[in-house]
Design a binder for this molecule. Structure first.
Ligand code: HH2
Length: 261
């Protein structure tokens, strides 16, 4: 899954793709570089960020989704949003997957996904982006995240969403400190036991900067390290900025694991 943030303030690529044409170009590059899914987002969820309105999110993402669908008609596009209204409009523009970092807190989200026959990613986040990094504590981070994701998959099913269309994500960096992030990766097998495909998004994140003492632009190898660990243990989807490099790393892991040609 390649990241396409159409925002002024994303932590790594904020401001680079505010112009729809630049965003469409970048999305096309992600496809050419081997992204199976392009994840389009119009709201930053970096720690401390403020929420934006549905109108503003749609103003940012809609022309980009439409432009990408025109260029790559059969290529899956996900919409990174917490708002059912944005998800619905994005699906009508051509997205087929809803990537919801709030685990579908919007009461209309499951109905929207079901009505549009879409797929969805349910992610774990402690609190909300404005406050989530203020001393997060867990008794057992893996057990709590696993329990939460299990409950959200059940809630999706209860609302009529086909559970076969649901992917789960522990939410690296969302209300977790360094040790929480490492523990979630260390025991990622526990999340695979949920029985749904698992997605992780370690790309260029702060925990890599802490380990390596490097800025965002210098974290591609660290991202590859986290991805290699997770994919070798059965993680199905990785959400990354540096698609070309990470696809190469994953192809090697897949060849060793005989996952696909
Ligand atoms: N991380 C970010 C955004 N969306 N979605 C999923 N499923 N998993 C993640 O780990 C995840 C996500 C944050 O990264 P980024 O998009 O690069 O930054 P920002 O939120 O500042 O736009």
């Amino acid at each position: 899954m390649g990241i396409l943030n159409v925002t002024p303030d994303s932590f790594s690529d904020g401001g680079r793709f505010e112009d729809p044409n630049a965003a469409i170009e970048h999305g096309s590059r992600l496809v050419d570089d081997g992204a199976d899914i392009v994840d389009v987002g119009g709201e930053s969820t970096r720690p401390g960020s403020d929420a934006v309105s549905a109108e503003e999110e749609l103003r940012r993402v809609r022309p980009v989704i439409e432009g990408l669908v025109e260029r790559h008609p059969a290529h899956p596009i996900s919409i990174d949003t917490r708002k059912a209204e944005v998800a619905a409009a994005a699906i009508e523009s051509g997205a087929t997957i809803v990537n919801d970092v709030s685990g579908a807190r919007d009461p209309a989200m499951f109905d929207t996904v079901r009505e549009h026959d879409a797929s969805m990613v349910l992610m774990h986040m402690r609190g909300d982006p404005r406050t989530m990094q203020q001393a997060p504590t867990y008794r057992d981070v893996v057990a709590e995240v696993k329990e939460y994701l299990r409950e959200r998959v059940e809630a999706a099913e209860f609302a009529g969403v086909d559970p076969e269309c649901v992917v789960v994500d522990p939410g690296i960096g969302f209300g977790k400190d360094l040790e929480h992030n490492l523990e979630l990766l260390r025991r990622i097998d526990a999340l695979i036991e949920i029985g749904r495909p698992v997605l992780i998004g370690p790309s260029r994140k702060r925990f890599l900067g802490t380990i390596l003492d490097l800025p965002e632009g210098e974290r591609v190898e660290g991202t590859a390290g986290a991805v290699a660990w997770a994919v070798a243990r059965g993680v199905h989807v990785v959400r990354v900025h540096d698609v070309k490099q990470i696809v190469r790393a994953v192809r090697v892991i897949d060849a060793i694991a005989k996952v696909r040609a």
